[in-house]
Design a protein around this ligand. Sequence first.
Ligand code: 4NP
Length: 146
Amino acid sequence: MKKICFVCLGNICRSPMAEFVMKDMAKGQPVLVESRGTSGWEHGNPIHSGTQTVLKQHRIVFDKTKVSQRISLKDFTDFDYLIGMDKDNVRDLKRLSDGRFTEKIFLFTENGVPDPWYTGDFAATYDLVKQGCRYWLSVLSEKAEN
Ligand code: 4NP
């Protein structure tokens, strides 16, 4: 069972979107998916309404009780993949773990996913999240075969 964690800044917009898109895509496969934030700014807050709306539009089931969680040191040991949604998230993950888990830290997609907290464009975020999740699912499937 591969354990993967998507990580953004607030854990209310991008990484929970990726978490529930991936859970939907990976149904029935041995993959555990969660999400976290590099900051504690939104800790305890629910998924952003923009992300909730886009998930509903695409009929993707999500946990309405999920609240933002800041990444912990335990998460760095527990997960096999820590996937930052943008380059800043990857930099912060490496800093927060003092460079001890670099081999587990990845960028979601080549150019990252711009933050809809600032762009306001949750539909564009969804398209990028879906492409990235397809890519990661293919990576995990290849690993499962080897
Ligand atoms: P996210 O978006 O990292 O995709 O969850 C943000 C959410 C909240 C804030 C920034 C980005 N904030 O400044 O509180």
